[in-house]
Structure formats: C-alpha cells, structure tokens
Design a protein around this ligand. Structure first.
Ligand code: NAD
Ligand code: TYD
Length: 361
C-alpha cells in the first residue's frame, strides 16, 4: 500500500495507526481525514516519524465530494476507516450523532470508493477498503459461552454497537453487490497511548493520579478482552497486506479480566511508582456507581482465524501493556492536561461523572 487514506486519524487508534504505518512502510504516504470532533486532537499527531509523508485534512467523511477528491488527487490505494463516534455512554445519551457518523459516514465513504475506484477506474494498482469495527456487534456472552468468532450472529445492544453493526453490513454489501475489495476487522477493547480519558483505563489512570473517585459501574464484574493498541495496528496492517477480500477477522488480546481487576491492577502499579503519595493505597478511591443501561456483561474473542491465516499474535499481555500505558501517561502529562483543560471535556466530565454517576449506588 503506497497511499493510504486514514479516516479518524486524529483519534486514539487512528493516530496510533498513522504513526505505525509511517514507521512500518518507509515508502507510503498517509492522508489523514478527520473532522476534529471532541475526540480528535492535533496533540495526538506530534512527533510523527517522517511527518513529510503525512498529509492532514480537516474534513468530514460525510462530505463525499471531498473524499472523492482526496482519492483522485492522492492516488489512494487503501482506505483504513476508523472515523466514528466511539463511546457507548455518549451513544446512550445522544444516539443521533452515532447514526449520522457511523452509518451515513461509512455509506458516504463507500460511495466515494465505488465511484472513484470502480466507476472511474482511476487507480490501476490493487485497492482495498478496510473497515475497523468492534466485538460489541456480537452482543453479550454468558459466563460459559464460547468466545465470539467470525460466524457469531450479530446481536448489538447499544446504539453505538448497533450503528457499527449496520456499517459492517454496508461494507459487506458493497463487496457482494459491487465487488468493492473490502476487509473488516472486529476488535476488542483497546488501551494505550493517546486514548481519550472518557474510556475506562485512561479515566482510571487520570483520576487515580489526582486522588479523584474511581467510578465502577454496577458490580464491576463485567469482562472485556483488552488489547494494547499497537497490537491492533499491526493486526490491521497484516489484514491490509495479506487478508482475503470480502472476509472479516476477529482481533483480541486473549485476556479477559473483570473491570474490578483492571482498576485494581492500575492502582497497584501507581502505588508502586508513588508509594509515599497521600492517595496510596489508591484502591480506596474506588466507588461503585449506578450501572450503564444495557451494559454488556462479557466479551471474549476467538482469534484463531487471524492467528492461523495471517500469523498475527498480540505481543503485549495485560500486565506489560498496562505498565507501558501508565508510564506513557506519566511521561505525557502535558498531553493529558491539554485534553483535560478543554472546556467541552470538563463539562462532559462534570455532567456525567461527577454529578450523576459519581453518586455512590
Ligand atoms: P476515537 O473516538 O478516539 O476517535 C474517532 C476519531 O474520528 C476522532 O478523531 C474524530 O474526530 C473522528 N471523527 C468523528 N466523526 C468524524 C467524521 N464525521 N468525519 C471525520 N472524522 C470523524 O475512537 P477510537 O477509540 O480511536 O476508535 C476508532 C475506531 O475503532 C472506531 O471506528 C471504533 O468503533 C473502532 N474500535 C474502537 C475500539 C476501542 O476500544 N476504542 C475497539 C474496537 C473498535
Ligand atoms: P469503556 O472504556 O467505556 O469501553 P466499552 O464500553 O466500549 O467496553 O468501558 C469499559 C468497561 O468499563 C465497561 O464495562 C464499562 C466500564 N466502565 C466503568 O466501570 N467505569 C467507567 O467510568 C467507565 C468509563 C467504564
């Protein structure tokens, strides 16, 4: 892949992917299209390796004309589609934006790719549309259920996961109907550098550092399959290079701790680093708060297909990945401050974490 259009590349996973691609593929150019919503930050794109090969475009994936122009002018041969509204809690409070961005936005991108790549035939090299999706499309698992595989039926439970499920179906349909060369990956929860502190792991690190309450939804025994973000980027790249068009691949971290275990582990790491802090032991900051409506109990990914067919394995385990993540946040306090000082973020935290959810259940 020589010229990659990354959508949502100023967000968490997208910015990690831009960095990864520039490093892995010394010849490639990355065009990064991002609307800079509350989740996109220019600070995520500082110190890129060989930044001359990175072209940032502020714009909306819903602007089909703009996407078509970018495809033509940059001779794009791969689209890696991250742009989305990504936070389940926000989708419960306001689903409309999720339908707009995740469904209509994906549709707009598919239409642009169909027009420029298939109708105009402007790109003679092989092309690929890779859609980045989530394990949440499969719904929730009981304690004894087998992990999700690529054939598990879709059963989304939140407006977020329903909008992602819908976008997966559109991508699939463009392969079967128009022959657009697509691949889809469904990945489990990511964590690592540049994650916006509204998601569990960075929120807990941030609050634990500041001695603020650590909100645990419900009984805290929900289970997620955590993957270090660089491992996700590598898996996507392997799919781009070696994945079969029209196919989907499950990606996960092969570990399924409860939320309580995750929070405890972060507290232990911070206590070790700052034994003399007034907030030690930080597990005393944990607060059980009102549960999220429709909260999925357990996710687990069967990743045998990508292991077998593309020889991909996660490199980090939870312990090593969490330590790297805590150290990254500690060495990027300026990044965290610039995000936290953002007025919109403060308002969101006050409304959703301090006042309502911050109340003990
Ligand atoms: P994020 O919220 O951190 O970033 C999303 C980015 O998309 C932001 O930079 C935002 O500005 C941009 N964006 C939003 N609407 C846009 C639009 N209309 N046009 C252009 N850009 C727009 O999200 P993330 O956590 O990095 O997730 C990226 C993708 O990966 C999403 O599609 C998500 O569904 C998927 N995913 C995330 C996880 C996870 O744990 N975070 C796990 C599996 C899959
Ligand atoms: P989150 O990071 O929002 O990801 P997702 O909802 O996509 O899985 O949440 C991860 C888990 O942590 C989920 O079970 C909800 C829970 N959670 C808390 O217990 N407290 C919090 O403050 C947040 C943000 C999440």
């Amino acid at each position: 892949m020589k010229s990659i259009l990354v959508t949502g590349g100023a967000g968490f996973i997208g910015s990690n992917f831009v960095r990864y691609a520039l490093e892995r593929e010394p010849d490639c150019v990355v065009v990064n299209l991002d609307a800079m919503t509350y989740a996109g930050h220019p600070e995520n794109l500082v110190d890129l390796p060989d930044s001359d090969r990175h072209i940032f475009v502020e714009g909306d994936i819903l602007d089909q004309n703009l996407v078509e122009k970018l495809l033509r002018e940059n001779n794009i041969d791969a689209i890696v589609h991250f742009a989305a509204e990504s936070h389940v809690d926000r989708s419960i409070l306001g689903p409309a934006q999720f339908i707009q961005t995740n469904i209509m936005g994906t549709f707009s991108l598919l239409e642009a790719a169909r027009k420029v790549w298939l109708e105009e035939g402007s790109q003679t090299a092989p092309v690929r549309f890779h859609h980045v999706s989530t394990d949440e499309v499969f719904g929730t698992l009981g304690p004894e259920d087998p992990a999700f595989n690529e054939n598990t039926r879709y059963a989304p439970n939140s407006p977020y996961s329903a909008s992602k499920a819908s976008s997966d179906h559109l991508v699939r349909a463009y392969y079967h109907t128009y022959g657009l060369p697509v691949t889809i990956s469904n990945c489990s929860n990511n964590y690592g550098p540049y994650q916006f502190p509204e998601k569990l792991i960075p929120l807990i690190i941030m609050n634990a550092l500041q001695g603020r309450p650590l909100p645990i939804y419900g009984d805290g025994k929900q289970i997620r399959d955590w993957l270090y973000v660089e491992d996700h980027c590598e898996a996507i790249y392997e799919i781009l290079e070696k994945g079969e068009t029209g196919e989907t691949y499950n990606i996960g971290g092969n570990n399924q701790p409860t939320n309580l275990e995750i929070v405890t582990q972060i507290c232990t790491i911070l206590d070790e680093i700052f034994p003399d802090s007034p907030y030690t032991p930080r597990k005393d900051l944990m607060r059980f708060v009102k549960d999220r409506p429709g909260h999925d109990r357990r996710y687990a990914m069967d990743i045998s297909r990508i292991q077998r067919e593309l020889s991909w394995e996660p490199k980090e385990n939870l312990e090593s990945g969490l330590r790297k993540t805590v150290n990254w946040y500690l060495s990027h306090m300026g990044w965290l401050e610039s995000i936290v000082q953002d007025e919109a973020f403060e308002k969101w935290i006050r409304a959703n974490y301090s006042d309502q959810k911050g109340r003990e259940a």
